[in-house]
Design a protein around this ligand. Structure first.
Ligand code: HEM
Ligand SMILES: [Ca+2]
Length: 319
């Protein structure tokens, strides 16, 4: 049983008094935990460089309730989150989480939660891609259930305007600043043509001010191929596998891939100013990203007696 209540509330823990996450919760119960996760993430990324992005996104789609609900498979009589709009044919990395979990079950059975594995793997993916590191607060328990409706409602769509983005983040307790900093995760990974097609259509004429003309043409070519909708574009066309601030530089030059990316510059003064500060200063971005990841990683976490430690991340434990 993991004890998750620290003696006092200090900077290593977060919570509203009813729950806590804490740094180093597996120090005694599973000292190998973080090393096992890191080794697997490292191997997965060397086999498939895109996996860093996919694991980071998996944690985001789990959060807004970081309880590994996103990992539960659909079964007869149970509908999970994997078929929700933002997740279906899109989320990747489940096999990597399975491999980590199965190794951890061998070293310390029923100890490390799937939700914590997601949080640590996301952090490691950022570090291994050249981004900032941070100590992950742990002690999340795994859910006994999942909500496809919540996944559909909470996770913003790629054609959202700034008002919608801000309100979706605020609904779960994140600020406009968190939203702009966390969008910087689009410094790596890929997106399907179907997610940015409206950006191409709405800006079909080359005089459109908010999309770079060469960029537009290369995307139109990519997506007009016969298997157009299966084609993938880099979210950051310049440094697609490096965690840096190039994403923000791209937005300023009209080379944001999704509508929800580009509107951070064209749709709102406040978000534009933050984008400019990140484009100009890598360290400010890294510092804010780290802070916002910690905040996002604590949302809706189950601790203490709530939830369980799953033995298999795809199913709740059977008794
Ligand atoms: C602000 C609202 C956001 C919207 C509208 C959004 C939307 C999307 C979309 C549509 C894709 C492409 C999916 C596909 O084509 O299959 C994507 C990819 C991605 N998103 Fe977001 N996202 C948002 C925020 C975030 C956040 C907060 C993170 C992480 C902290 C994140 C991390 C990623 C990553 C890393 C990828 C690439 C994944 C891969 O290559 O496997 N996104 N996002
Ligand atoms: Ca990049």
């Amino acid at each position: 049983q993991v004890v998750s209540k620290p003696k006092s509330l200090n900077e290593t823990c977060i919570g509203d008094g009813s729950f806590f996450l804490e740094i180093g919760i597996y120090r005694d119960s599973c000292p190998e935990a973080e090393a096992v996760i890191f080794a697997w993430v490292q191997r997965a990324i060397s086999d498939d460089p895109r996996m860093a992005a996919s694991l980071l996104r998996l944690h985001f789609h789990d959060c807004f309730g970081c309880d590994a609900s996103v990992l539960l498979d659909d079964t007869q009589g149970f509908v999970g989150e994997k078929t929700a709009g933002p997740n279906l044919n899109s989320l990747r990395g489940f096999e990597v989480i399975d491999a980590i979990k199965s190794d951890l079950e061998a070293v310390c059975p029923v100890t490390v939660s799937c939700a914590d594995i997601l949080a640590v793997a996301a952090r490691d993916s950022v570090i291994l891609s050249g981004g900032p590191g941070w100590e992950v607060q742990t002690g999340r328990k795994d859910s006994l259930t999942a909500s496809k409706t919540a996944a559909n409602n909470n996770i913003p769509g790629p054609n959202s305007d700034v008002t919608t983005l801000v309100s979706k983040f605020q609904n779960v307790g994140l600020t406009l600043g968190d939203m702009v900093a966390l969008s910087g995760a689009h410094t790596m990974g890929k997106a399907r043509c179907s997610t940015f097609s409206s950006r191409l259509n709405n800006n079909g004429n080359s005089n459109s001010p908010d999309i770079n003309v060469d960029f537009l043409q290369s995307l139109q070519q990519l997506c007009s191929q016969s298997d157009g909708n299966a084609s993938l574009a880099h979210l950051d066309l310049v440094t697609p596998s490096t965690f840096d601030n190039q994403y923000y530089v791209n937005l300023i030059s009209g080379e944001g891939l999704l509508v929800s990316d580009q509107v951070l510059v064209t749709g709102d003064d406040q978000t534009r100013e933050i984008v400019e500060s990140y484009a100009n200063d890598l360290m400010i971005f890294f510092e804010d990203f780290r802070r916002s990841m910690l905040r996002m990683g604590s949302l809706g976490a189950l601790t203490g007696e709530e939830g369980e430690i799953r033995k298999n991340c795809r199913t709740v434990n059977q008794f």
